[in-house]
Design a protein around this ligand. Structure first.
Ligand code: ZN
Length: 258
C-alpha cells in the first residue's frame, strides 16, 4: 500500500497549483506530450483538479460548439446571400449587367460619335476650279478637306465651292469668301459672293444674322448691298433692332436702308 502510494507520487509529481495553471494549456493544445501525461496523471489522482478539469472541458467544449455553430450559421447566411444574388442576377440584374457592360459604353461611344463628326466632319470641296483654304490653294481634283473653326475660304470667278456635312450644304458659286465660325453648328461668316444653303445654318453678314432652320436659302452679297431669298423652309433675319421671319419666295433686299 505504501509502495503503491509512493509509486504514485512521482507520476503525479505536479502539485495542484501547477496542474490548475496547466489546465487551460491542455485545452488550447499548448502542452507537450510529457506535460500532458503528467497533468493527466495528476488529474487521475486528484478529485479537486479533476473537477476543475471537467468544468473547464465543458466550457471549452461549449466554446468549441459555439464556434462551430457560429461559423456554420455564418456560412449559411453567406450562402443564402449568394443564392439570393444569383437569383436576382437570373431575373433583373442581367439587363442591369448589360447596362453596365455594354449599354453605357455604347452610349458614350454614340455620344462621342455624335459630337466628333459634327465638330470635324464639315468638309469643303471645289466642284469647279480651285479655292484657298487658309494658306493652301486646293483644286477640284483634291479630296474634300475638313474645315475647322476659323478657316477662311476664298474662291475665284471659275470656282464652285461646297461646304457640307451629312445634314447640310452650303455652296459658293463664283468669286467669294466665307469664314467658318463653327463647323458643328453650321455657322459661317459670309463675305461677298453668291451662296446657296440647304439645311440648318446660321449666317453672319454685315447686315445681320440669317438663321435658316430648314429648307433652302439663297444669299447674294456685294460690297454695298445684297439680296436674300428663302426658297423654302423657315428662316429668320436677326438684327440689333429686332428679328423678322423671312417669307418664302419673297426676296429681302439688303443695302444702305437695311
Ligand atoms: Zn490537484
Amino acid at each position: 500500500m505504501f509502495f503503491l502510494r509512493s509509486k504514485l507520487v512521482p507520476t503525479s509529481a505536479l502539485d495542484c497549483a501547477a496542474a490548475l495553471s496547466a489546465l487551460p494549456k491542455l485545452f488550447s493544445g499548448e502542452l507537450e506530450l510529457a506535460q500532458q501525461r503528467s497533468l493527466r496523471a495528476h488529474l487521475n489522482t486528484c478529485a479537486t483538479c479533476k473537477a476543475e478539469y471537467v468544468s473547464q472541458s465543458h466550457t471549452a467544449g461549449a466554446i468549441g460548439r459555439d464556434g462551430r455553430v457560429g461559423r456554420a450559421e455564418a456560412e449559411r447566411v453567406a450562402r443564402r446571400r449568394r443564392l439570393a444574388a444569383l437569383a436576382r442576377a437570373g431575373h433583373e440584374p442581367r439587363p442591369r449587367l448589360w447596362v453596365r457592360t455594354l449599354v453605357v459604353p455604347a452610349f458614350l461611344i454614340v455620344l462621342l460619335a455624335r459630337q466628333q463628326p459634327q465638330e470635324v466632319a464639315a468638309q469643303v470641296e471645289a466642284q469647279l476650279g480651285s479655292y484657298r483654304l487658309g494658306e493652301r490653294t486646293l483644286a477640284a481634283q483634291h479630296k474634300p478637306q475638313r474645315v475647322q473653326r476659323g478657316d477662311q475660304l476664298h474662291t475665284d470667278e471659275s470656282g464652285l465651292l461646297r461646304v457640307f456635312d451629312e445634314h447640310s450644304e452650303l455652296r459658293l458659286a463664283g468669286a467669294g469668301s466665307l469664314v467658318v465660325e463653327s463647323p458643328a453648328q453650321h455657322r459661317y461668316l459670309l463675305g461677298v459672293g453668291r451662296f446657296e444653303a440647304r439645311g440648318a445654318h446660321v449666317f453672319t453678314t454685315r447686315w445681320g444674322v440669317f438663321e435658316l432652320g430648314h429648307g433652302e436659302l439663297e444669299v447674294e452679297l456685294g460690297a454695298s448691298g445684297g439680296r436674300v431669298l428663302l426658297r423654302s423652309g423657315a428662316a429668320e433675319f436677326v438684327r440689333a433692332s429686332g428679328a423678322c421671319l423671312l417669307a418664302p419666295g419673297e426676296p429681302l433686299e439688303l443695302g444702305a436702308g437695311l
